[in-house]
Write a protein of this length. Structure first.
Ligand code: UD1
Length: 420
């Protein structure tokens, strides 16, 4: 149980520079991929977040040796001895499912406890399981467990995903890397994290083509070596800090970003009236000193659409913009839990199923609120920066899953925020 809170005294304009951390959603599949490597894998730009710690514990219990020095992590999977992730670790990190494809690729079998739901509504794994079955994996369910085995080895297959699921695409890529023959993934997810995973695997000797497009082709190879790789910048953390700049009418320079990955997001900030400039390959400058306005409608979609993960922090920003903003959430059910908490700060938000309508109010006022999930928690911090008075954000273990010391980053650019 985590009793820590973030206490924010709102009303300070943010100004300064934040170097954006590496991407959680890239790091986790990359760590899973190290399981397939025969030699040592070295990952640079690894953020200090609790989801990464959970992934290290999984690697540890599989018998892999992990070592972290600052933002550099090495994983040696040479002596991997186990093919089972304990249920407690599964529960700790829902996205541990991405280890399934890698463990199967390495060991040819895996025992998996059936994951429960999570704070974003039910998160089924049927696409993962059906795809693996097509690759020769047999699945037997027994009291709370799924036993995966590939008696004749994992074989390449033509897989058409019913939906371009990020996790399912990653799992199939991981299982296919050392499978026999060629795997084609049609309707693959096109998120930047997929491209990052393919780049790392290819450095290790895999043969993956088409990542970032709708069809990914994996030609199985007998084994992978280790390699060195730098985790891509976190586009959702960048988007969150842009929201923090805008809501405080501030001015931020975000460095170590990956500009291309933000193409679905930057135009929206310009539409709201912010000045946004990109330069030097990795820098984004945002200035929100002019009057801002509501952006109209925001529809979440798979990449390159507006990312569902940025919906909550953006909603926090729109609560104080003159006009009406309509959100349409198309990826997850139950992804508006933060709306009620924002309401406690004075926001006017009406939620009906996949639609949330935000009527901008002139000001928010500080109150005690609770993080409902990772991005919902970041939304409350964003809102707290603009509140009159003190905002106390509880349940911040959700935020720590994906944001590296969010209070330090914000304090360094002028926010009054402490962890207690
Ligand atoms: C990943 C990201 C998450 C992001 C999401 C969408 C990680 C660790 N997490 O989650 O931050 O919000 O992509 O960009 O990278 N679905 C099924 N059956 C399945 C798999 C998915 O019905 O077997 C559904 C899900 O319920 C959801 C949709 O497909 O409605 C998209 O899910 P998916 O792309 O798989 O998201 P994750 O990989 O879980």
């Amino acid at each position: 149980m985590n009793h820590q809170k973030l206490i924010i005294e709102g009303g300070r304009r943010l100004q300064g520079e934040i170097a954006v951390q590496g991407a959680k959603n890239s790091l986790l599949p990359l760590l899973a991929a190290t399981v397939l490597c025969d030699g040592v894998a070295t990952l640079h730009n690894c953020p200090r977040i609790t989801d990464a710690d959970a992934a290290f514990r999984i690697l540890d219990c599989l018998g892999c040796k992990c070592c972290r020095e600052c933002s550099v992590v090495t994983v040696d999977a040479a002596k991997m001895a186990n093919n089972q992730v304990p249920e407690a670790l599964m529960q700790e990190m829902r996205s541990s499912i991405v280890f399934l494809g890698a463990i199967l690729g390495r060991c040819g079998s895996c025992r998996w406890s059936t994951p429960g739901g999570c704070e974003l509504g039910p998160r089924p794994i049927d696409y993962h399981v059906e795809s693996l079955k097509q690759m020769g994996v047999e699945v037997v369910q027994e009291a709370g467990y799924m036993n995966f085995t590939a008696p004749k080895g994992i074989r390449g297959a033509k897989i058409a995903l019913p939906f371009p699921s990020v996790g399912a695409t990653e799992n199939v890529m991981l299982a296919a890397t050392t499978a026999e023959g060629v795997t084609e993934i049609h309707n693959a997810a096109r998120e930047p994290e997929i491209t990052d995973l393919a780049e790392f695997l290819n450095k290790c000797g895999a043969r993956i083509a088409g990542a970032g497009g709708s069809t990914v082709v994996v030609e199985g190879v007998p084994k992978l070596s280790g390699a060195e790789h730098t985790v891509i910048s976190d586009r959702i953390v960048t988007a969150t800090y842009m929201c923090c700049a805008a809501i405080t009418r501030g001015e931020l320079l975000l460095s170590r970003t990956k500009q291309d990955d933000l193409s679905p997001i930057l135009p929206l900030f310009r539409k709201m009236g912010c000045s946004v400039y990109t330069y030097d390959k990795d820098k984004i400058y945002i200035n929100a000193r002019k009057a801002l306005r509501a952006p109209g409608k925001i529809v979440t979609h798979v990449h390159p659409g507006f990312p569902t993960d940025a919906q909550a922090p953006l909603m926090a920003l729109t609560t104080v913009l003159p006009g009406t903003t309509i959100f349409e959430e198309n990826i997850f059910e139950s992804r508006y839990k933060h709306a009620a908490e924002l309401g406690r700060l004075g926001a006017k938000i009406n939620v009906r199923e996949r639609i949330a309508v935000v009527e901008g109010v002139p000001r928010l006022s500080g109150a005690k609120v609770s993080s409902t999930d990772l991005r919902g928690g970041a939304a409350l911090v964003t809102a707290g920066l603009a509140c009159e008075g003190i905002t106390t954000v509880g349940e911040i273990q959700h935020i720590d899953r994906g944001y590296e010391a969010i209070e330090d980053a914000l304090r360094s650019v002028g926010a009054k925020i402490i962890r207690k």
